[in-house]
Ligand binder design. Structure first.
Ligand SMILES: Cc1cc2nc3c(=O)[nH]c(=O)nc-3n(C[C@H](O)[C@H](O)[C@H](O)COP(=O)(O)OP(=O)(O)OC[C@H]3O[C@@H](n4cnc5c(N)ncnc54)[C@H](O)[C@@H]3O)c2cc1C
Length: 366
């Protein structure tokens, strides 16, 4: 299988980031092939808590990128309606000295850059989320009304409309003598193409790139439990140190917790036991809501570029090769997919992506 038409672009990975890039490339007239290994459990997008937010970032360049990522979601909302994205706002609840420090820092940083945020007290939270009970009175509650949540699989499907996804596992990307790139697959086949977008998420470090020595990222694993609830438990995204919860449609919510993710990543707990922990915490937090039951528990690999920040754009050492990877990839996908497509088709990269170029991971030749 060898493609000969010039400017054929192969997008590896059909998670939300690859889908967004493929969408923006094809709607600008590029000839795009999408390839995905499609192995169950390989995709972060399907397992995501999918909070769309600028508030969790305070480093200026990353925060500016995330703020723009949230703004880009207003185009998604215009196209897909509020089943795909809701700007409900987010409460970040501080119950100890460390979470108070984080809450104050986030509000200060968000206000300073115009994203908006305020510090509330526990009484205000109780009024807004009356079903929720906390064991301790919050020291403060950081509130960000620009944040929200998305249905990443619906958005991913929307971005892939009209595009065929071929099932293949890429193993290496090698420059050819004619100036193109050869993508080699696990089944021994290969395809030649003009450009490659590597959007394989946590799978990226396994794809061999012999033309460039780079520091590769890693993955952490995360669990999200979707629950049926007798009533709508919350109307906003809520993060406490013990539980993240957000609405997920009528009488449904998603549960997540970073400390549970950490034990899952270390392999110290089964999915069943981790799910029970999140369910117990939710039942404890909403004692009057009898009948909070799991409908689905999903574990996914969260791609983590080496310094935790996104990796987007061309790698100078390998002409035609581009990376697209992000830890908060749901928030950033619509924006980064568009910016990368513009870079590929015009040759110029947007200044917003300047601090996040993959070239920063290039290792000196040994
Ligand atoms: C528990 C959890 C909670 C999260 N919460 C949030 C949040 O609140 N907000 C937020 O913005 N982000 C969140 N994230 C992160 C976000 O979900 C990811 O950053 C995003 O989904 C990454 O998308 P992706 O397209 O890069 O990766 P993926 O969705 O993992 O897609 C990568 C695709 O590449 C394919 N692939 C892999 N290897 C190969 C190969 N060798 N050849 C071909 N195809 C391959 C896979 O099959 C997969 O379909 C969370 C993630 C998790 C796990």
């Amino acid at each position: 299988m060898t493609s000969t038409t010039p400017e054929h672009i192969t997008v590896l990975g059909a998670g939300i980031l690859g889908a967004a890039a493929a969408h923006h490339l094809s709607r600008r007239g590029a000839r795009v092939s999408v390839i995905d290994a499609q192995t169950a459990g390989d995709r972060a997008t399907t397992a995501s808590f999918a909070c769309v937010n600028g508030s969790a970032k305070s480093e200026p360049a990353l925060a500016a990128l995330n703020d723009r990522g949230v703004a880009e979601y207003h185009h998604v909302a215009a196209a897909l309606g509020d089943a795909a994205v809701r700007f409900t706002g987010q409460h970040f609840v501080a119950t100890d000295a460390e979470s108070l420090r984080v809450a104050e820092l986030r509000v200060h940083a968000a206000r300073a850059r115009g994203y908006g945020g305020e510090l509330l007290d526990g009484a205000a939270l109780r009024e807004r989320e009356p079903r929720m009970r906390l064991d301790t009175v919050p020291l403060a509650v950081a509130w960000f009304d620009a944040d929200g949540w998305a249905d990443p699989d619906a958005i991913r499907r929307h971005f892939l409309t009209g595009l065929q996804v071929r099932q293949r596992r890429a193993t290496s990307i090698v420059p050819t003598s004619s100036g193109r790139l050869r993508v080699e697959f696990a089944d021994g086949d290969s395809t030649d193409t003009d450009r490659v977008v590597n959007a394989t998420g946590a799978g990226a470090p396994d794809i061999h790139l012999p033309a460039a020595r780079t520091t590769r990222g890693a993955a952490s694993f995360g669990l999200v439990v979707s629950v049926d609830t007798p009533v709508d438990l919350v109307s906003t995204v809520i993060r406490t140190p013990r539980l993240g919860i957000r609405p997920d449609g009528h009488n449904r919510a998603l549960l997540h917790s970073h400390d549970v993710d950490a034990v899952i990543t270390r392999g110290e707990i089964t999915t069943h036991d981790a799910t029970e922990i999140l369910l117990d915490r939710a039942r404890h937090m909403f004692p009057d809501a009898v009948g909070i039951n799991a409908r689905r528990a999903t574990i996914g690999p969260r791609p983590i570029p080496p310094d935790g920040a996104p990796s987007v754009g061309a790698l100078a050492a390998v002409p035609g090769y581009y990376e697209l990877s992000a830890h908060s990839g749901v928030t950033l996908a619509p924006l980064l997919g568009r910016l990368l497509a513009e870079e590929i088709l015009t040759g110029a990269h947007n200044p917003l992506t300047a601090p996040f170029r993959p070239d920063r991971f290039r290792k000196a030749p040994s």
